[in-house]
Write a new protein. Structure first.
Lengths: 467, 401
């Protein structure tokens, strides 16, 4: 397997982009370099300004109360009413910036980039999107609290933690989903017969379709609806009115919202034992072959090729099933899957990959506040905002548009102009691209008219656009 | 309130969906349509609630199913804008209503693609790929239609433009298309650009994309509309108009919008959805204004992947459904009509007991527009553009001739 380019593939395809010295360090043992990154607890993200989701949501509940009051007192269109509306974004935006800055710093500096890439993979797999204001402040904490600590654990543990995280419950509306025969429904119905009370099937559907089984794997609308009933009561503590129990901002099971009774999901009967009913369904879904196949397909698509060979998917799915979803075993299977080390480079970098690999390769410092994050927005991949629960797409065609390429080149040129005088592109190119560096690119860099232009050419090179 | 039966043909003027409109065969249109016609396809991602944007306020079951979300009859506070009974238009859609009055808008209801499940992502895939199955092909019907259009005089050029950094599936395929989006970054100097062009000479994908981007920038830069902005979709729509106004520019533009997935707190005359509709409506008004004289040659289709549940869910919103609404507007459109084979909202009439029963295939509309407006040959429309669509016969008479 060992070729001149394997160390570069380890650093760029499985990692987040080589830094100067990385390829020499990887040397003759790219698989060993990747495997060792899976040993030891995943590092926690710590930075100033990061707060727990419970803390943030508890504060937002107070703000929401103030907004309601202000609205009652002020007339519509009045300055006070308008002021109230922007209170939540004002609270959340600095939290969002702190989260994405910390995440970007981690990606740019980590010595365990394989681990960071799988973390980002899972965040995109279990996507929330900050175009929904309710999750703007807590999207980062979903990754930090539910995903990051569990990326080296078992898939079922990861799944349960994500589906019970307040950010996911808020994003897919489950915190306010009410069983039609629950105690809460009976009370509301007595008070106001006209007010609709019932389930919201959003989370149940996306768990089956996007998080586990995959669409078209055989579940029915009835399975979705029943599963939605099963997870009624999975909610968040401290909300006003009918949802007032529990510690503010934390996951809570509200038996008063839960649809009573045994339920049949995917042909299996689950007795009504409260929160455990939903957890049992999730555990069974996680263990189904369709889930192994779906997760393996997405992993292979992310790491190997847009359309991975069936043999590669089967190899990873087998590892998933035979290890009962042990994630390090699954990641190691990726490294031995057919095509994992293939040339030519088949994956076109996403904007995020492109920016992070540039920062790593040029050892650029991630600055404070909004400035460092603008690149993600300009290049079309604002962190935590894929726009839908399906997450960002993961194929070349989704990212290689003409306008997208032009922006990437313009951004590369801006970087070249800024730091080109202090970097030596000709020396850097083999450090970052190793055996993937083409003669064309070397020649173009060596003939560049200026140091900044040489750096722009390195960053714009076809082999730097791919991994 | 006017009462009507379980199923009723809704029509205005002399049109009946079953009889006059549905025929197949060759279309007759003005001779220069192939070069003058402009087409815009707007994808409303997230499943727009057809019963909110085109509320059947006169349907006897509507108010009880929609509860707080129900809109009131025309004339009352926050009431719908009148179309033809039982249908109204959401009060946020002032511009669309002006188009209806000016006979430049056709509203379709109880319409859907052939997709019958409830996944956004598969639903959008079918909406864009033009087949009957998700992920059946990696190209889009609109691109295949462009590829089948008669070649115009002169050099081969981009026939379509996607407004956005990347090209959505509906526009991917064999025909040359480009994408454009506004940039805040400084342009490259010519020397660096030339060197990158040389560097890409041996990389077909990047070479093609870069050439497309340069061509698109040239067109966009020469469009005076670029300086304007304002509304939510303003910049993108100004750019679209800039491309389409050019005599030698692309004839087809596509852009997509998100934010229609209203599971909770959807609102009615005011609220979340109302605000988004108002922004879309304002964007369409901008499009008409910016197109100027080209508007009379333009047809715009707005479509979504599927509709939403008829009943309100437990969180004052609606879940994924089936039958939806769609719009065809523009100066080239023979409008002022609602076309719907209305199935009604009674319990028995609903699809799977929960959704608006689809009675019109979206492909019938698209096929009609492609043939009459863009003069895409009948054989291509029936085979390469929309395979397995024989039962969705092209609607005729949607375009002025």
């Amino acid at each position: 397997m060992l070729q001149p380019f394997t160390s570069a593939i380890a650093a760029n395809r499985f990692g987040l982009g080589a830094r100067p010295g990385d390829l020499a360090h990887i040397g003759n043992d790219p698989v060993g370099w990747l495997r060792v990154q899976l040993k030891g607890a995943p590092p926690a993200l710590a930075a100033e300004g990061l707060r727990s989701s419970a803390d943030i949501i508890a504060q937002s509940l107070v703000v929401r109360r103030e907004i309601r009051q202000a609205r009652q007192e002020a007339k519509n269109g009045d300055a006070a009413a308008l002021e109230a509306v922007i209170k939540l974004p004002k609270l959340f935006r600095p939290l969002y910036i702190a989260e994405v800055t910390a995440r970007f710093r981690q990606a740019a500096a980590t010595d365990r980039p394989f681990l960071e890439r799988v973390t980002q993979f899972w965040t995109n797999h279990f996507a929330v999107s900050v175009d929904k204001v309710a999750v703007l402040g807590v999207a980062g904490s979903l990754e930090r609290e539910a995903i990051r600590p569990r990326v080296l654990g078992n898939f079922t543990g990861l799944l349960l933690a994500v589906e019970q995280h307040p950010a996911m419950l808020l994003y897919l509306d489950n915190h306010i989903s009410v069983g039609p025969h629950s105690r809460a429904a009976a009370i509301v119905g007595r008070r106001n017969a006209k007010r609709p009370v019932g389930i919201n099937e959003n989370l149940a559907r996306e768990i089956m379709e996007l998080h586990t089984l995959g669409v078209g794997s055989g579940y029915t609308q009835a399975d979705v609806t029943t599963f939605a009933e099963v997870i009624t009561g999975w909610s968040i503590g401290g909300e006003a009115g009918r949802f007032s129990s529990g510690a503010p901002g934390q996951f809570v099971f509200r038996s008063e919202l839960h649809e009573p009774g045994a339920k049949v999901v995917l042909g299996k009967r689950y007795p009504d034992n409260g929160i455990e009913q939903g957890e049992a369904v999730l555990r069974d879904i996680a263990a189904r072959p369709a889930t192994a196949h779906f997760i393996a397909t997405k992993l292979c698509r992310h790491f190997i090729a847009d359309d991975p060979a069936p043999a590669a998917v089967a190899h990873v799915a087998n590892a998933f099933t035979s290890s009962s979803g042990d994630l390090p075993t699954v990641y190691q299977a990726l490294l031995t899957a057919p095509g994992a080390w293939a040339q030519p480079l088949s994956k076109y970098k996403t904007p995020s990959d492109y920016i992070v690999s540039t920062f790593r390769g040029l050892e650029l410092p991630v600055g404070d506040g909004r400035g460092a994050l603008g690149a993600f927005e300009v290049l079309g991949q604002r962190t935590y905002s894929p726009g839908s629960p399906a997450g960002w797409p993961d194929r070349s065609d989704d990212w290689s548009g003409a306008s997208a390429l032009m922006k990437r080149i313009e951004w590369a040129d801006a970087v070249g102009q800024r730091v080109g005088g202090r970097r030596e592109a000709a020396g850097l190119a083999p450090e970052l691209l190793g055996g993937n560096l083409s003669a064309n690119t070397s020649t173009a860099i060596s003939r560049a008219a200026s140091a900044p232009q040489a750096l722009t050419l390195l960053l714009a090179a076809p082999e730097f656009m791919r991994r | 309130m006017q009462s009507f039966g379980r199923r009723r043909f809704i029509q205005s003027g002399a049109w009946a969906l079953g009889a006059t409109l549905v025929t197949s065969g060759v279309s007759f249109a003005r001779a220069d349509a192939d070069t003058k016609s402009r087409f815009v396809f707007v994808i409303l991602r997230g499943a727009l609630d057809g019963l909110a944007v085109v509320p059947p306020y006169g349907d006897p079951d509507y108010a009880s199913l929609r509860r707080d979300l129900a809109l009131h009859a025309p004339g009352s506070a926050g009431g719908v804008l009148p179309l033809s009974n039982p249908f109204g238009l959401h009060p946020s859609c002032q511009f669309l209503h002006e188009c209806f009055t000016a006979r430049e808008l056709v509203v379709f209801h109880a319409i859907s693609s052939p997709y019958r499940e409830r996944s956004h992502f598969d639903g959008q895939d079918v909406l864009e790929n033009g087949t009957v199955r998700p992920h059946a092909v990696q190209t889009g019907w609109l691109n295949r239609a462009l590829a089948a259009m008669p070649v115009r005089g002169g050099a081969e050029r981009e026939r379509g433009v996607a407004l956005g950094q990347n090209v959505p599936l509906v526009m991917r395929g064999p025909a040359a298309v480009t994408s454009w989006s506004p940039s805040k970054l400084a342009a490259l100097d010519d020397d660096t650009l030339q060197r990158i062009t040389d560097l890409y000479a041996s990389d077909p994908l990047l070479a093609k994309r870069l050439a497309d981007a340069l061509a698109a920038d040239e067109i966009a830069a020469s469009s005076q509309a670029m300086a304007q902005g304002g509304t939510r979709y303003g910049e993108v729509i100004n750019a679209a108009a800039g491309f389409l106004r050019r005599e030698d520019g692309p004839q087809v533009a596509v852009f997509d919008t998100i934010g229609w997935d209203t599971h909770a707190n959807e609102g009615s005359a005011e609220g979340q959805l109302a605000g988004r509709l108002a922004a879309l409506d304002a964007g369409l008004r901008t499009l008409k204004e910016q197109l100027g004289p080209v508007w009379k040659d333009t047809a715009v289709v707005l479509a979504t992947e599927f509709g939403r549940t008829v009943a309100v869910n437990g969180t004052r919103g609606t879940d994924h459904g089936t039958g939806a609404a769609a719009f065809l507007l523009g100066g080239a459109v023979r409008g002022g009509r609602v076309l719907a084979d209305w199935p009604g909202l009674s319990a028995r009439a609903l699809y799977q007991g929960r959704d608006l029963q689809p009675t019109l295939d979206l492909r019938a509309v698209l096929k009609g527009v492609l043939q009459e407006h863009l003069l895409v040959p009948y054989d291509a429309v029936e085979s390469s553009v929309f395979p397995d669509s024989a039962r969705a016969k092209a609607l005729k008479g949607l375009i002025r001739t």
